[in-house]
Design a protein around this ligand. Structure first.
Ligand code: GLU
Length: 554
C-alpha cells in the first residue's frame, strides 16, 4: 500500500465513526498535578473472580509506591475479555483489598467510579482505543489482517516444523500490504479481521530497558505484528494497557513476571505512539517449598494462593500486611527488629529491594509473623476481631463467643503481661482451637493423660485436688498444694528430686499438674494453669475436675 494518502484512506475505511484525534484525549486527560517525583500507579486486574495472593502482593507494592511519594493509586478493571468475566468481581476485589487496608484514590469503586481519568473499566474506553489505532493506521504503523484461524494455525504448524519463532512477522505477515481496494472488498464481504501492529524490526536487534526491579535488561526487539484490536473490536492487553497507562498518566507499573517477555512489544508500542513508557517493574513468581524443591504456587494444589483463604481462616489483616512486606522488601525484617512498634507505613518501601528471583511464600513463617503481630494487638481489640470473623466465617461459634465479650478478652489476655509475653495466638481458626476449652460447648478432651501416671491414680489425684481447691489461693499457695498431693501419692514434689532418684517415685509434680491440665483444658499444653483457672472461674473449674473424676473412676 502506498504511504500517505492510502493509509489515511484505509484509516477512514476501518474507523468511519471515529472523529476524535489522540490530541483530544491528551487535552481531556492532562498531566497530573502532583509533586515532582510522585508516582502514579494502578492495579489492572481482569475481573475473573479469582483473587489471589499475587493481586494483593502487587496491590501492596503499587499502593506503597504511590502513597509514599504523595502520588495517586487507582483501580482499572481490565475487562476486555468477556469470556473470563464474572459478575460482581470488581466489587469483590475492592472489598477484599480494603480488608487489607489497600485503598484506591480513584477508579472503580463499590457503587461506581471516581476520578478524572475514567472511564476505569476498559470495556468503556473502546473509543479511545479505536482513535489511537486509527492514528497508527494513518501513519502506516498498523493494518487490518484477515488471516483466518485455520490460516494462522497452519502458519504455526509450519513454523513449529521449521523450528522458527512463532508469530505473524516478515513473510508470515501476508496482509501487511494488501491494497486499499482489496481491503475494501473484504470489508464489504464482512470478512472478519483484526488490526495488527506493523513491527519495525525484522532482524535480531536487542533493546536495552531499565526494569525498576531487575535493573538494565537486554531483550530482543519486537519483530512480531501483534494484534492491537481483536475481531470484535476490543483491544488486546498489550494495546489497551499502553493506551491507558499513557492517558491515565501512570508513571510506574508493578506487574507479574509473566509479562516480562512481552516487554519489547510494549516498548515498541509506546515508541510507535510517540509516548514515554512508564517504568516497568516485573515482580517474581510466588513459590513454595515442596520437600527440597521450590515450585510455583498453584491454584489447584495450594488453597493458600487464594486471598479468600486468609479471611476465611481468620488471619488478621495486619499480620498479612506485615508478612507481605517481609517478602516484598528484603530489608523489612531488619527494620522491624529495630522498630518493633512503629506502624508499617513508616517503613520506606523501595522497588530496588524487591526480589528478582522466585519469592518464597511460607505459610509457617506467615503464622509466626502473625503471632508476633497479634501479640501487639490489645486483647479487647483482638476479641472484637475474632467475633467479627466468627460471625462471617464460623457462625456456629460466633454465638458462643459473643455471649460474653469480656470473658473472651480475658482469655486472650492470659499470659500477655508476663515478662516473656505469650505469643501463641496466630489466626482465628487456630485461636478457637487453642482456647476452645474455655467454653463448655467447645470443650473436649483432646490429649491423653500422661503415660507415667497409672490410670487408677487419675481420679485419686483429681479428687484430692478438688477437695483442697480454694479459688482464692495465690499462685504459690496453690502450687504448694499440688506439691503436697504429689508427695502424698508417691510423686516427687520437685522434678530435681525425681531426676536424682527416679526409682523411688512414680513421677513428679509436673505429671500431677499435667493430669489437672488435661482435666481442665483437655490438652497437655496450655498457657499458665493458675491463670486459666482465674479466668474460667471457680464453678467451671470444679465442674471440670468433678467430671474428670467421674470419667476416670471405675
Ligand atoms: N490485566 C492484567 C492481569 O490481570 C494486568 C497486568 C498489569 O498490571 O498490567 O494480569
Amino acid at each position: 500500500m502506498k504511504a500517505g494518502t492510502d493509509h489515511a484512506e484505509l484509516a477512514k475505511l476501518l474507523f468511519p465513526d471515529i472523529t476524535k484525534i489522540p490530541e483530544d484525549y491528551e487535552l481531556r486527560y492532562p498531566e497530573r498535578a502532583i509533586p515532582a517525583g510522585a508516582c502514579v500507579t494502578r492495579l489492572g486486574p481482569s475481573p475473573t473472580g479469582f483473587i489471589h495472593l499475587g493481586n494483593l502482593y502487587m496491590a501492596f507494592a503499587n499502593e506503597r509506591m504511590a502513597h509514599q511519594s504523595g502520588g495517586v493509586f487507582f483501580l482499572r478493571i481490565e475487562d476486555t475479555d468477556r469470556k473470563r468475566e464474572m459478575e460482581g468481581a470488581a466489587e469483590t476485589l475492592v472489598d477484599s483489598l480494603a480488608y487489607y487496608e489497600i485503598h484506591f484514590d480513584e477508579g472503580v469503586a463499590i457503587g461506581g467510579e471516581t476520578g478524572n481519568y475514567g472511564p476505569y473499566f476498559q470495556s468503556r474506553r473502546k473509543d479511545i482505543y479505536l482513535c489511537i489505532a486509527k492514528k497508527l493506521v494513518e501513519e502506516g504503523k498498523a493494518y487490518p489482517c484477515f488471516l483466518s484461524e485455520e490460516e494462522i494455525s497452519h502458519i504455526r504448524l509450519t513454523q513449529e516444523e521449521r523450528k522458527l519463532t512463532p508469530g505473524i512477522y516478515g513473510e508470515w505477515a501476508k496482509h501487511r500490504d494488501l491494497s486499499l481496494g482489496e481491503v475494501r472488498d473484504r470489508i464489504t464481504k464482512n470478512e472478519p479481521y483484526v488490526v495488527r501492529f506493523r513491527a519495525d524490526s525484522t532482524s535480531e536487534h536487542y533493546i536495552s530497558v531499565e526494569d525498576g526491579i531487575r535493573g538494565l535488561l537486554s531483550m530482543p526487539e519486537n519483530k512480531s505484528d501483534i494484534v492491537l484490536l481483536k475481531a470484535d473490536g476490543m483491544p488486546t492487553y498489550h494495546f489497551a494497557h499502553a493506551a491507558d497507562d499513557h492517558l491515565m498518566r501512570v508513571t510506574h507499573v508493578v506487574r507479574g513476571e509473566e509479562w516480562l517477555s512481552s516487554l519489547p512489544i510494549h516498548i515498541a508500542l509506546f515508541s510507535a505512539m510517540g509516548w514515554e513508557a512508564p517504568v516497568y517493574c516485573h515482580t517474581s513468581l510466588l513459590m513454595k517449598m515442596e520437600g527440597e524443591t521450590k515450585r510455583k504456587l498453584s491454584k489447584r494444589k495450594d488453597p493458600e494462593l487464594s486471598l479468600g483463604y486468609y479471611r476465611s481462616e481468620g488471619y488478621h489483616p495486619l499480620a498479612i500486611r506485615e508478612y507481605l512486606l517481609t517478602i516484598i522488601n528484603s530489608n523489612f525484617e531488619e527494620w522491624r527488629l529495630e522498630n518493633p512498634l512503629r506502624p508499617i507505613t513508616d517503613f520506606t518501601f523501595t522497588i530496588e529491594k524487591m526480589s528478582r528471583s522466585g519469592i518464597l511464600f511460607d505459610l509457617d513463617k506467615l503464622r509466626d509473623v502473625s503471632k508476633e503481630a497479634l501479640s501487639k494487638i490489645p486483647a479487647s481489640e483482638l476479641s472484637r476481631f475474632i467475633i467479627a470473623w466468627a460471625k462471617a466465617e464460623r457462625p456456629e461459634i460466633a454465638a458462643v463467643l459473643e455471649y460474653d465479650i469480656d470473658y473472651l478478652t480475658m482469655i486472650l489476655d492470659i499470659g500477655r503481661s508476663a515478662p516473656k509475653p505469650r505469643k501463641d495466638l496466630s489466626y482465628g481458626a487456630q485461636i478457637i482451637n487453642h482456647v476452645g476449652y474455655f467454653y463448655d460447648r467447645l470443650f473436649e478432651i483432646k490429649d491423653p493423660y500422661p503415660e507415667s501416671v497409672p490410670p487408677e491414680d487419675i481420679s485419686v489425684l483429681l479428687s484430692e485436688y478438688l477437695a483442697g481447691y480454694k479459688h482464692s489461693d495465690d499462685r504459690s499457695v496453690w502450687f504448694e498444694r499440688i506439691r503436697s498431693i504429689a508427695s502424698a501419692n508417691g510423686y516427687a514434689a520437685k522434678p530435681g528430686e525425681y531426676k536424682k532418684n527416679p526409682g523411688q517415685y512414680k513421677g513428679h509434680v509436673g505429671d500431677v499438674s499435667a493430669v489437672i491440665r488435661v482435666a481442665l483444658t483437655g490438652r497437655v499444653n496450655s498457657p499458665d494453669l493458675w491463670e486459666i483457672q482465674r479466668t474460667m472461674g471457680e464453678k467451671k473449674v470444679r465442674e471440670r475436675i468433678s467430671a474428670a473424676v467421674r470419667a476416670n473412676s471405675k
